[in-house]
Design a protein around this ligand. Structure first.
Ligand code: SF4
Length: 326
């Protein structure tokens, strides 16, 4: 593999910060993008002699996750000798958070709740409360006088919203106030380059959010991840569909849900998932699906707008272990 093949896509300011000893914090979800990013950044760290510490961090959403995810994340970090911190919401996992939300918007009197309670594109409390919040809390523990490059695996081709993101930006929530550079005449504040210069003379905590794979295609991600790239993935998916799951997963280095056919890896049942990924999620996680179906019934709101999990399971002839509340 040519380590420097993609070097032109890496942000020069992020690389300069890392060359000068910045702490590298790599967010890993267990999906292909963050795994490829971890592998690539570890190679670059060695080759480019980055002297600062590096850590991986994983936000564990508990029962909402694929059961395989945590072990997969631990194994990938162990294989690259990167210390891993697993962070969680203090007051319960995503299932608990969704149930809590239902109780705050509903009288649960058997009719429709007052308003939707499931997470959605407009109400991403799942991400803010279960991922962003715990990871930010952990990033604060890395120090008060430090530059942190917080690497995340989002790619521009994933969605039009992601395509509009800045590949490198100053994290205003975590950066010391004097390094944000926000004034009445400059509401956007310092650029990453300006903030880095300010840090050199003034110190403080500077956190740069870096979308390290921003320009990568899906093919590039798979090529960085498994020896046969995307063709290997397709071949293994076919083996699985043909009924040979053991052969399909033998020696597979990414999350097994991809071999089972998932396009993206997220929570086992994600409110933003496409139909195929939802069907896969239900098929492989029937207990979780059953729990969510009970919430659909209690609230009158489907898991996604216009898409109930109960109806989807019925259409796909997947039997769910529904336990009626006593
Ligand atoms: S994967 Fe989906 S449901 Fe889970 S936190 Fe992200 S957006 Fe929310």
């Amino acid at each position: 593999m040519d380590l420097f093949r993609d070097i032109s896509t890496y942000d020069p300011i992020a690389l300069a910060a890392l060359r000068r000893g910045a702490t590298l914090a790599i967010s890993v979800s267990g999906g292909k993008d963050s795994q490829a990013m971890l592998y690539r950044l570890v190679e670059m760290r060695k080759a480019l002699d980055w002297t600062g510490p590096s850590h991986a961090v994983h936000a564990d959403l508990g029962r909402a996750e694929w059961p395989q995810t945590l072990a997969h994340v631990e194994a990938m970090c162990r294989s690259r000798h990167v210390p891993l911190s697993v962070v969680r919401r203090d007051r319960g996992d995503l299932v608990a958070r969704i149930e809590e939300r239902l109780n705050t918007v509903s009288t649960l009197d058997g009719t429709r709740t007052a308003k939707p309670f499931w997470p959605s594109a407009a109400q991403r409390y799942c991400t803010s409360d279960l991922k962003r919040g715990p990871i930010q809390k952990w990033l604060r523990t890395l120090g008060k006088d430090v530059v942190i490059v917080s690497a995340q695996g989002m790619r521009s081709e994933e969605s039009s919203r992601r395509a509009k993101m800045e590949p490198l930006s100053v994290n205003k929530a975590l950066t010391s106030k004097h390094l944000r550079g926000v004034t009445s005449s400059n509401s956007r504040g310092y650029t990453p380059s300006e903030a880095l210069s300010a840090w050199q003379s003034e110190g403080g905590r500077l956190v740069l959010d870096w979308l390290a794979l921003f320009d990568w295609s899906e093919e590039q991600v798979w090529a960085a991840l498994v020896p046969g790239g995307i063709r290997e993935l397709r071949a293994r998916q076919k083996l699985y569909r043909d009924g040979d799951e053991a052969a399909a997963l033998h020696g597979w280095l990414a999350h097994p849900a991809y071999v089972w056919g998932n396009r993206r890896l997220s929570c086992a049942l994600c409110v933003l998932a496409c139909r195929g990924d939802l069907v896969n999620g239900i098929r492989h996680n029937p207990q979780l699906a059953a729990r969510y179906v009970l919430l659909e019934r209690a609230s009158g709101y489907s898991f996604k707008q216009g898409q109930s999990l109960e109806a989807l399971a019925a259409e796909e002839m997947i039997r769910l272990p529904i336990l009626e509340p006593a």
